[in-house]
Design a protein. Structure first.
Length: 158
């Protein structure tokens, strides 16, 4: 009687490799982390437009003297997008495709639903978590956490 090859060990290695490859913490977030933590009050005239669903506001280190906690990566600023009555999204304005190019920041188009990079032309869908809609970019805009208490939006990443 011929001995059967031991397939248990190679099978365990294959299963382990599959399990651990699926446990990656990679969010396709190519923009380096910077400290972000600020509050904006919707009664402030600078942010009054955010009272409407589908509206946006730009925040930067110069906004209300917020400083570096609102600057985003490379001081490009942050886009605040109101998705629903209770949900806000905050995106770094740095293009994930051209983040090594200094001073390149996405700009929201006229309808407020897309942010477009002036250098690579990638269009990012703001209602869809900043995912690329068209162009050469393959990574979404860097997202920051938000919470809303009815009048104040908190944006942070720690």
């Amino acid at each position: 009687m011929k001995p059967k090859p031991n397939i248990l060990f190679p099978s365990l290695i294959l299963i382990s490799a599959l399990i651990f490859s699926g446990c990656s913490n990679d969010k396709n977030d190519v923009i380096p982390d910077v400290y972000v933590d600020f509050f904006i009050n919707l009664s402030d005239p600078l942010f009054f437009d955010l009272n409407a669903v589908g509206s946006i506001a730009y925040v930067s280190y110069q906004t209300n003297n917020l400083g570096s906690v609102a600057a985003g990566y490379d001081n490009n600023g942050i886009i605040i997008y109101r998705a629903t009555l209770d949900q806000f999204y905050a995106y770094d304005r740095t293009c994930p495709h051209d983040f090594v190019s200094e001073g390149v920041s996405v700009k929201v188009n006229g309808d407020g639903n897309f942010a477009v990079c002036p250098r690579c032309g990638t269009s990012y869908a703001l209602p869809a978590s900043g995912t690329p809609y068209s162009g050469v970019g393959k990574y979404p805009l860097k997202n920051y956490r938000t919470s809303f208490n009815g009048s104040v939006v908190h944006v942070w990443n720690h």
